[in-house]
Design a protein around this ligand. Structure first.
Ligand code: ADP
Ligand code: DP6
Length: 325
C-alpha cells in the first residue's frame, strides 16, 4: 500500500480566482494553465494498518497545524472514496518549488498527493476522476494532472461532478518559455485561499472579473491553437492585471505586489516597446512569470537578472502531467 507520484506546477494564463463552494472547491470561473517542467513535487504515500493517525512530512520536516489538517482532510476524502476509513497514511513530500510563495506549491503538492494516495490505497480512477479528487485538495492542482495547456471547467452541478480539468494541447504543441523571477521565496502573508475569499465577498470589481472570463478564454484558446504568441501573451497579461485589480478594491484592500514586482512588470513592458515580445503573469504572491519564445532567451535572462531585487531566474518549458515513480 505504497506509491510515489510526481506532479509539476502550472501557471494560470486565465486565473482561477474565487469559489462558489468552499468545501468542494468549486470555482466561479473556468481557468486555463500551462504545466511547467521546472517546478515539481514528489510525494510518497504509504497506508499502514499500524498507524492511528496520518503523518505528513514536507521537505523532511514533520508538519502539524493547518498544513497538516489540510492534508488529513484531503486523505479523509480518499479514504471515503476507497471505502477504507480505517487506514492512515505516512506521507513524505518534497517540493522542488518554493512553498507558499506564489509558485503554486499547492498545485504540484496536491496533484502529487492525490495521485500517490489514490494509487497506494488501491483506488482505481480515470484522469478526470483524479482531477476531480485533486480539486478538493487545492483548486489549481486539478490542472496539474495533465501536461501542456489545460482548462479547468468550472461545471455547474452542486456536487462538483462536472468540475475538472481537460487537456487543451499537449506539451509538445508549442515550445514556449516561462521565466520564473524569484524576488522573495519567503512565505506570503495572505494565502490564495484567503485572498480570493475576501475578494469574492467584498470587492465591487469581482463581478466584472467573472464577466470577462468567457471572452478571454475563447480568445486565448484560439491563440494557443494558432500559436499566436502576441495574442496569448496580451490576454494572459491583461487577465492577470484584472485579477490583481480585484484585490485593490477588496475590503480591507490588499496587494501581492512588491516594488520589485512592479519593476519587473515595467521591464517586460519596456522590452516590448524595444521590439522583444514578452509578457508577464503573476499569481497570489510577489514573484513574476515571464512568457517568451525560445529565440529571446538571452535578452530575457539578461534583462531580468539585472533588475535590482531579483534573486533568481529559473526557466521552464511546457511540462508533463502526473507520473508514477
Ligand atoms: P502556493 O503559491 O505555494 O501554491 P498556496 O497558498 O496556494 O501557495 O498554497 C500553499 C499551501 O499548499 C501550503 O501552506 C501547504 O498547505 C500546501 N502545500 C504545499 N506543498 C505541499 C505538498 N507538497 N503537499 C501537500 N500540501 C502542500
Ligand atoms: C492566483 O488553487 O491555491 O494561483 O483552491 O483555495 O487551494 P485553493 O486555491 P489555489 O489558488 C490559485 C490561485 C491563483 C490562480 C490560478 O492558479 O489559477
Amino acid at each position: 500500500m505504497k506509491a510515489t507520484a510526481k506532479a509539476h506546477t502550472n501557471i494560470a494564463l486565465i486565473k482561477y480566482w474565487g469559489k462558489r463552494d468552499e468545501s468542494l472547491i468549486l470555482p466561479m470561473n473556468n481557468s486555463l494553465s500551462l504545466t511547467l517542467d521546472g517546478f515539481y513535487t514528489t510525494t510518497t504515500a504509504e497506508f499502514r494498518e499500524d498507524l492511528t493517525a496520518d503523518r505528513f512530512h514536507l521537505n523532511d520536516r514533520l508538519v502539524d497545524g493547518t498544513e497538516y489538517q489540510r492534508v488529513t482532510a484531503f486523505l479523509d476524502r480518499i479514504r471515503r472514496a476507497a471505502g477504507r476509513p480505517d487506514v492512515f497514511a505516512d506521507i513524505h513530500s518534497t517540493n522542488h518549488v518554493p512553498t507558499a510563495a506564489g509558485f503554486a506549491s499547492s498545485a504540484s503538492g496536491f496533484a502529487a498527493l492525490a495521485a500517490a494516495a489514490a494509487k497506494a490505497i488501491g483506488l482505481q480512477v480515470t484522469d478526470p476522476e483524479l482531477s476531480m479528487l485533486t480539486r478538493q485538495g487545492s483548486g489549481s492542482a486539478c490542472r496539474s494532472i495533465y501536461g501542456g495547456f489545460v482548462e479547468w471547467e468550472k461545471g455547474t452541478k452542486a456536487d462538483g461532478s462536472d468540475s475538472y480539468a481537460v487537456p487543451i494541447a499537449p506539451k509538445d504543441h508549442w515550445d514556449l518559455r516561462v521565466a520564473a523571477v524569484v524576488l522573495s521565496s519567503s512565505e506570503k502573508k495572505i494565502l490564495s485561499r484567503e485572498g480570493m475569499k475576501r475578494t469574492v465577498e467584498t470587492s465591487p470589481f469581482y463581478p466584472a472579473w467573472v464577466d470577462n472570463i468567457p471572452d478571454d478564454l475563447a480568445a486565448i484558446k484560439q491563440g494557443i491553437s494558432q500559436k499566436d504568441f502576441e495574442k496569448v501573451g496580451e490576454i494572459a497579461e491583461a487577465n492577470c492585471l484584472r485579477m490583481h485589480a480585484t484585490t485593490l478594491a477588496a475590503s480591507p484592500p490588499f496587494s501581492y505586489w512588491h516594488s520589485t514586482t512592479m519593476a519587473i512588470m515595467q521591464a517586460v513592458q519596456d522590452l516590448r516597446v524595444s521590439g522583444v515580445p514578452a509578457f508577464f503573469t503573476i499569481d497570489a504572491g510577489p514573484n513574476v512569470k515571464v512568457l517568451y519564445l525560445p529565440e529571446q532567451e538571452k535578452i530575457i535572462r539578461n534583462t531580468l537578472q539585472e533588475i535590482p531585487g531579483v534573486h533568481d531566474v529559473t526557466v521552464s518549458r511546457p511540462g508533463e502531467g502526473v507520473s508514477y515513480i
